[in-house]
Design a protein around this ligand. Sequence first.
Ligand code: GRF
Length: 195
Amino acid sequence: MLRISVLVSGGGTNLQAVIDSIETGRIRNAEVACIISSNPQAFALERGIKHGIKTFVIDKSQYPAMSLRTKAIISALKEEKTDLVVLAGYMSVLEPELIEAFRGKIINIHPSLIPKYCGKGFYGHHVHEAVIAAGEKESGATVHFVDEGVDTGPIIIQQKVPVLEGDTPDDLGARVLKIEHQILTEAINKVISGL
Ligand code: GRF
């Protein structure tokens, strides 16, 4: 069994997609080892608890220094015998020590067609606002390996969605999110077959 740990900060619909894919056999020979949240209020934690998955909150209030948060994350990941780390709406940049500890074994989902609309400042609704403001005709989602840059690692999978006339950022975000759920499962399967 390959052990996947998922890092989250928010609603956790991508986490839910991973859990569902494992439960329905779309992802095989894998289990969610643990969920680590940077936000104690994240609804993602409730999703994990509902499925009997171990959860950790590693946040600023307990560990004000980023380096201590990084150490706590690494030790939780190791304690849970993590083979693959999935960043699913994790709103914090990883320090090099963590990337080094799981080199080639960390993937992230981003709601744009990287290299467009990614990097510093491009997260959540900011991405979709910028896409619409630029008059783009298409957007999409990308799953990529994580390296020391922000959204710069090798792309595993990418899928497009149309930007429709009159779309609000929320409309576009919802369309992209649906695609995220699909390609995250596909990307995990691709990575598992390569590990
Ligand atoms: C997704 O759009 C993801 O790409 C981004 O944050 C959002 C998280 O959504 N990084 P959820 O918490 O998985 O519902």
